[in-house]
Every structure is written in structure tokens, then in C-alpha cells.
Design a protein around this ligand. Structure first.
Ligand code: ATP
Ligand code: MG
Length: 250
């Protein structure tokens, strides 16, 4: 049975999508069968798919109608994508009307779980009903954080939310906290790293993702970093993260 992992942080621009896309691609490069799901109405992770048609189906369509399948190929053979678009914004409102509204994504994914080793979900920068659906559907979450001043406060809020979620899905755990956009030239970076490691110990991945311009360039080519520039430090570090993760969940 595959494992489902959501990448979550209610703060915007901390590297969620970059992590979801490149972690998923790295796992697939390590010969795992991986499905990436875009659960952010901004649709940034959707750029990974090689969708040709104009009116493609989305995760929103799948959640609304169990008959719909929206699994699309990518440039990597063992990485598939379920895309989304701004329709998903409507789902936030519609879900409020639905019974068991926190479980809609979980039910949608249950029939796909045994087809993949890992399902990776990208989340919007909120802790709304979509993010709650992500947490309920997941075996674990990865929290990317940027080493800046309010990082720890943000972390406490996610962990509080997780405690509420664990009443509905007791199995969900924190797989790890990931330091992203790490900048060695900034002194505060190291202070925040020390703080986070002191508070959260082994929960923090040893692997740290540095600021790397190749990582910010690759989305405009619709590619994970592994295809855009395999020799870059960004590619190396996301592969290292995938290896550390596989070791961790053994
Ligand atoms: P949102 O909350 O809006 O969904 P996000 O948390 O998904 O944002 P990303 O979109 O992954 O964050 O990253 C924000 C910006 O920073 C993007 O332009 C991305 O290309 C860039 N970026 C992410 N990680 C790195 C990195 N390690 N080095 C350099 N640039 C990065
Ligand atoms: Mg994003």
C-alpha cells in the first residue's frame, strides 16, 4: 500500500510547491511509482504535467465525481500528475455543504493508493478545508520552512492544527520539517536553524535545501530540477532528501 504525503505550510512562498515537485521527481528517479497532486488553486505544481488538451480534468473534478480520472503523464516515466486550476477555489465553498467534508479527498484517493508507492500532495498557503482534506488523506506531512524570523511561530500553528486533525485521522504523523532556501550568507539563517533543531530535534531533516537559482528557473520550463539541471546543487539536495526520507520511514 502506498504512502500519501502532504507538503504543508500556511505561510506563502516557503518552498512548498518546489518541494512537492522535486521531492516527487526524486522519489520517481529512485524507481518509485509516484503521483503528484496539485491541491493549490494557484495550480503551480500542474506545470509539471505534459497535458496536451485544453479542457483537462482536475482533482476538483475527481472530488466532485467518482467516475472521473485525471491522472496525467509527466516527462518522467514513473511520475504522474493530477492537475488543478482555479476551479478548486469553488471546492472550498462547496465542501462546506458536504457531509464528511474533511474526508472527500481521502475517499477520492483510496482507489488510487495501491497503484503508487507514494502520493505527494502540494497544498495552498492556508490552513483551510482544502489543507484539512490533505492532512486527512495523508499518512504524514512534510513542513518546509524558510529560515526567517517568524518560522517557529508558523510551525506551532501547523502542529496545533495537526493535533485537531489527529482526532479525525489518528494515523497522520509529521514525517519531517525541511529547511528550504537556506542562505549561508545570512546570519539569521543559522540562528533559526539552531532554534528549530533545538525544539524539534530529529523531526528536522538533516538535508537542507539551499537557495539555488536553478530551482527557481526550472518551473518556467515545466520541468523538475532533475531534468532541468541534474548537476545543480538543488537537484543533488532534493535527491538527498528523498534518500533520507526513504531511510526514515523504513
Ligand atoms: P505558495 O505559498 O505561493 O504556494 P510555495 O510555498 O509553494 O508558495 P514555492 O512556489 O515553492 O513556494 O517557492 C516560492 C518562490 O521561491 C518560487 O519562485 C520558487 O521558484 C522559489 N524557490 C523555492 N525554493 C527555492 C530555492 N531553494 N532556491 C531558490 N529559489 C527557490
Ligand atoms: Mg505553492
Amino acid at each position: 500500500m502506498g504512502k500519501t504525503i502532504s507538503v504543508i505550510n500556511q505561510k506563502g512562498g516557503v518552498g512548498k510547491t518546489t518541494t512537492a515537485v522535486n521531492f516527487a521527481a526524486s522519489l520517481s528517479a529512485l524507481e518509485k511509482k509516484v503521483l503528484l497532486i496539485d491541491m493549490d488553486p494557484q495550480g503551480n505544481a500542474t506545470s509539471m504535467s505534459s497535458i496536451k488538451e485544453e479542457n483537462f480534468n482536475t482533482i476538483y473534478d475527481m472530488m466532485a465525481d467518482p467516475e472521473v480520472l485525471a491522472v496525467y503523464p509527466t516527462k518522467l516515466p514513473s511520475l504522474k500528475v493530477i492537475p488543478c486550476n482555479s476551479d478548486l477555489t469553488g471546492a472550498e465553498i462547496e465542501l462546506l455543504e458536504v457531509e464528511n467534508r474533511e474526508f472527500v479527498l481521502k475517499e477520492t484517493l483510496d482507489k488510487l493508493k495501491d497503484k503508487f508507492d507514494f502520493i505527494i500532495i502540494d497544498s495552498p498557503p492556508t490552513l483551510n478545508i482544502l489543507t484539512v482534506n490533505n492532512m486527512i488523506a495523508s499518512d504524514g506531512i512534510i513542513i518546509p520552512i524558510q529560515c526567517e524570523y517568524f518560522a517557529l511561530e508558523g510551525l506551532s500553528r501547523i502542529i496545533e492544527t495537526m493535533k485537531g486533525i489527529q482526532k479525525l485521522n489518528p494515523a497522520v504523523e509529521i514525517y519531517g520539517i525541511l529547511l528550504t532556501m537556506f542562505d549561508k550568507r545570512v546570519k539569521l539563517t543559522f540562528e533559526v536553524e539552531d532554534d528549530v533543531r533545538e525544539h524539534f530535534g530529529d523531526l528536522v531533516f538533516k538535508t537542507v535545501i539551499p537557495r539555488n537559482v536553478k530551482l527557481s528557473e526550472s518551473p518556467s520550463f515545466g520541468m523538475p530540477i532533475l531534468l532541468y539541471d541534474v548537476a545543480s546543487i538543488g537537484a543533488k539536495k532534493y535527491l538527498e532528501l528523498a534518500e533520507e526520507f526513504l531511510e526514515r520511514i523504513k
